[in-house]
Structure formats: structure tokens, C-alpha cells
Design a protein around this ligand. Sequence first.
Ligand code: AMP
Ligand code: MN
Ligand code: MN
Ligand code: MN
Length: 292
Amino acid sequence: MRIDLHTHSDRSDGTTSPREVVLAAAAAGLDVVALTDHDTAAGWDEAARAVREAGVALVRGMEISCKHAGRAVHLLGYLPDPEHEGLKAELALILEGRDERMPRICAQLRAIGIDIDEQQVAAHAVGAAAIGRPHVADALVTLGVVAHRDEAFDRFLAQGRPGYVQRYAPPLTRMLGIVRDAGGVPVIAHPWGRTDTSALLADGLAELQGLGLAGLEVDHQDHSPAQRDELRSIAEGLGLLVTGSSDFHGAGKSDHELGCNTTAPDQLERLLELADAAARDAGRRTPQVVRP
Ligand code: AMP
Ligand code: MN
Ligand code: MN
Ligand code: MN
């Protein structure tokens, strides 16, 4: 059984529709795929409608932009009730922050001589609930300023580069409680990927577990083999779930093909038990796995 628990569609910064993600997951030989767009459940219904056609099971989730100890941390929330008021309110604030950032990014790029405006960025985010830097990157490719998304991040969009603008992100510690309260299961995405990891070492992770953290995405392309070994042993020591996933973005991210990392079946089984328990505790009817 092959399970990939982290993918993006064009409802955020992936390049294919939710239906296409589900079909591509089946074509890649997966049995289970999770759609986890940034900060939105906007792709869930379309993905669910494609399940029977594709013949792959769907876990509905989202990757929520949070901050922790002064750093961006991405929190995967699996199977939360998308109608939970607290969750809805936070996602609305995050999406608003994404929208508000765009004119400022464009102004900063114009200040260094790149003739770009929000409309050009929006043209690369048609149908996206969550607009982001990858869409700016795509606009820069169209303008001929860079060759691909990576170059746009390296030169202009990464933190410390001239087009970087901060945006709203809720504290991770608060979001853990909200995801649980919405009947979902919170797992930190790529905890040691491309960042200062000091707040997410064993002690810090144990504290977060006390606030509801359920698991760690250990097998991710941004982690080296040594990091994976170390994170896995921390997770096992603490009794946290261990997940693995592609973080597929369609053509938007190379080396993140569907199924390039996978989650063990017993870990998914535990995740689904935790989702049931969280829903029960919260007294909520939450999304179930959609099976073909
Ligand atoms: P944003 O959501 O607007 O803050 O942009 C972050 C997103 O950009 C991440 O989810 C990644 O998909 C993508 N990203 C981050 N760094 C890079 C990079 N160096 N090259 C390509 N894409 C990146
Ligand atoms: Mn992304
Ligand atoms: Mn991420
Ligand atoms: Mn992701």
C-alpha cells in the first residue's frame, strides 16, 4: 500500500487541478493521497469527486502557514471540520494577508527595475484561493526575468531578498489547538527543511506534543538522510506519528514527484484513529477518507 500525505493543486501553488492531482496519484501507483493546499479547503470537493474515476483514496487536509519562535512553520492539518469557526477565521486572516502582500511585493520589485504588477501575478493564480510567491515567480518567468521558480526565489523572493514581504501567520501553538478542536490531526510539515531548527529539536517538539501535536513529516525531500534518521528516532521516542510525502506541486517544484516519499500504512491507520478521537472529543462530524 503506497500512501502520499502532502500534495498541492492549483487552488494554492500547485500547477494542476485537484482532479488532476487525484488522477495523477492513481497513475503514479498510489493507493492513498492527501490533498493539502496551503491555507484552504477549496480543492476538497473537486478532489473528492475524482476519487471513483481515479481509484485512489483521498485524505482531505491543508498545510497551514504558522509562525513559531520567529520562524515560518507549516502545519499539516488532516481531516478537520472546515466549518469550524476558529479555523475558518484564521484561514480567512491568512488568505487576506496573502492578498495584501501582493501589491507590496510588486512595488518592491518595481523599485529594483522589474516592471510587474498585481494583475500579472493574478493571471498566474486563476482559481487559486491562496495566492503566493510561486505565482509571482511564474509571472517573473513569463516576463523573461528568470528561467524558473527556483531562480525567482533565490534572486528575489526568499527571505532577505529584495521582493520579500512578511505576511500574517498565526502562532503554531495556537493553531495546534484549533486543528484539534476542529476534529483534525496536526502534523508538522518538513520540520527541519531549509530553516533554523533550534525551536523544533526534541525538547521543543515534546512541548508542542503537549499542546496537541500528533506527528512529524520525516520523509520529505528537504530533509537529508541523516536528518530523517534523527527526526524518526525523536518521533519514535516521543510517540509521535511519522509521515512521508512528496509535497507535489505539479510542474511548480522539481524533485517532488508523487510518491517520491511515502507514509507507512500503520502510521496512516493511527492517524485515522486520532482523527476519529479528535472528532469525538470535539463533538464534530469531520471529513472521512473518501474511498473509491
Ligand atoms: P508563500 O506561500 O507565498 O510564502 O510561498 C512559499 C511557497 O513557495 C512554498 O510553499 C513553496 O511551495 C514555494 N517555495 C519556497 N521556496 C522555494 C524555492 N526556493 N523554489 C521554489 N519554490 C519555493
Ligand atoms: Mn507550496
Ligand atoms: Mn511547506
Ligand atoms: Mn507543501
